[in-house]
Design a protein. Sequence first.
Length: 254
Amino acid sequence: MSMRLESKSVVVTGASSGMGKAIVELFVREGAKVVAVARRKERLEELAASLADAPGEVIVYQGDVTKEEVNEAMIDCAVEKFGKLDVLINNAGMMDDMAPIGEMSDDRLQKVYALNVFGPAYAMRKAVNVFLAQESGGSIINVASLGCVKVVAGPVYCSSKAALVSMSKNTAFMYMPQKIRVNVIAPGGIATEISSSMGMPNMGGYARVQKVLAAAPEVGKAEDVAAAALFFASDDSSYISGDVMYVDGGWNAG
């Protein structure tokens, strides 16, 4: 059976746990050469060791993707190690504390936007220019959230994910002639560690959000998101760009 990502060069952020880890695991088993990016180097090294016998390859890259220079360097690493870039997956993200706008802190606003919006923007800018130089197209996959359309968190998180969707659609249109595809995965409730980035929630905001969370289906798995990423990264989706795939068990339908 042929591998769907054989020899593809891929960069994945937020790769040390949750959805990012599941994406790296699936992609390497499908033959991809992956630069796995996160702040926790020991977690990345454990991941790479666990995939030592897989058909693909993992390069560990420790870095904070809120920083412009890290976003550029991780892509340079892929080109240097693997000779090209085929796929960029902006998966790293963090929650807000569910505070309504009237109680929003400057610190939370800046931190969430730095990771959920500015980081992907820096990475997309770099990747697009690499794709243009290669003249072979490319695929960008941005991991947003059902929060782009539903109140599943506070205004900072939800608006950051809506911004990421808008940026993705705009980029897909702008670079359509150059065959640079940009798609979005918008997960619903997935069992990951992202809730730990929330800290102590704002209780008033949390109580309001519970009205929406009450309609949520059973929590999904990180592997469900990885399967969606595999589709967007593979040639199976070669005619799909500017799309948003909701991986949410049907939550968005209600």
